[in-house]
Design a protein around this ligand. Structure first.
Ligand code: PAF
Length: 283
């Protein structure tokens, strides 16, 4: 039977008991409002590990001023049902005070990878992500942790952090899950009204367009990104934040496709900022 706990002490006691029985533990860190993308992470964790913990915490530290912390969707009842259906054993659903006590003042701050792409328009974001993910790793002590490839930069940042700080945890990246019409699943899709939902399809269309060009052998990054930008610009409700091809390891922009690369986009549809991407090695 799946348990839902709110304190660090309860998580530690449960994981300690599992480890004393020689069981392996997978962690799926989430901010809740779970969808099929999260479900696929839980499925993969359950396949790889004896026990799966889902953390469900809207982390205030990774939101900048004026971002959507207050309006970020929350629905614990739905999350519990979905997590249980997919085989989760424990949900950790702490209050902000449990994670950040009075006087909290230690941060995990990365000086590479975080200043490109999303880091440009969200300057405090990755410090918040690295700090909370480190804390979750220390609380749960999982053998493996699961992250979606939709947040490709986040995945690269976490892999780098784990390597830099010698964390003994295997990081598993899982494929993007899409709606049947192509839109990448995201908790933020719920912000879109009917017209915006239609307009948001321009993200996946441009991603498929970029993939097609790479598949056909195009090596000039500007040709690929220009074509994608043109497509996005044809949608009046869309405003480009970035469309970039970057080195998969350094996240630095490249001109020629002569190494494994990430093509990443961020686009505002009305007020909602959505992201999507593809890795050239997956094309
Ligand atoms: O990807 C997310 O939902 C969040 O950034 C994460 C990894 C759960 C940290 O709060």
């Amino acid at each position: 039977m799946m348990k839902i706990v709110k304190t660090i002490e309860e998580v530690r006691a449960q994981v300690k008991e599992w480890k004393s029985q020689g069981l392996t533990v997978g962690l799926v860190p989430t901010m809740g409002y779970l969808h099929e993308g999260h479900a696929s992470l839980i499925d993969t964790s359950c396949r790889d590990n004896d026990r799966t913990v889902v953390s469900d915490f809207v982390n205030p530290m990774q939101f900048g001023p004026g971002e959507d912390l207050e309006s970020y969707p929350r629905d614990m009842e739905h999350d519990a049902a979905l997590a249980q259906e997919h085989g989760c054993d424990l949900i950790f659903h702490p209050d902000p005070d449990e994670m950040y006590h009075d006087g909290f003042s230690t941060f995990v701050d990365m000086t590479v990878l975080t200043e490109e792409l999303c880091g440009l328009s969200r300057p405090v974001h990755f410090r918040g992500v690295c700090t909370v993910v480190s804390k979750l790793f220390n609380i749960v002590k999982p053998d493996r942790a699961y992250f979606g490839k939709k947040d490709a930069q986040q995945l690269a940042v976490i892999r780098h952090m784990v390597d830099d700080l010698n964390m003994d945890i295997e990081i598993v990246g899982c494929p993007i899950v899409r709606e049947s019409d192509g839109l990448a699943k995201s908790s933020r899709n719920t912000y879109l009204d009917e017209n915006e939902r239609k307009a948001a399809l321009v993200l996946s269309k441009s991603i498929f367009n970029g993939m097609e060009l790479v598949r056909n052998g195009e090596k000039d990054c500007a040709v690929i990104t220009d074509s994608m930008k043109k497509l996005i610009a044809s949608e009046p409700l869309a405003k480009i934040d970035y469309v970039k091809l970057v080195d998969m390891k350094t996240m630095q922009q490249i001109e020629k496709l002569d190494r494994p690369a990430l093509c990443a986009i961020a686009v505002y549809i009305g007020k909602t900022r959505l992201i999507d991407n593809f890795f050239t090695e997956d094309v």
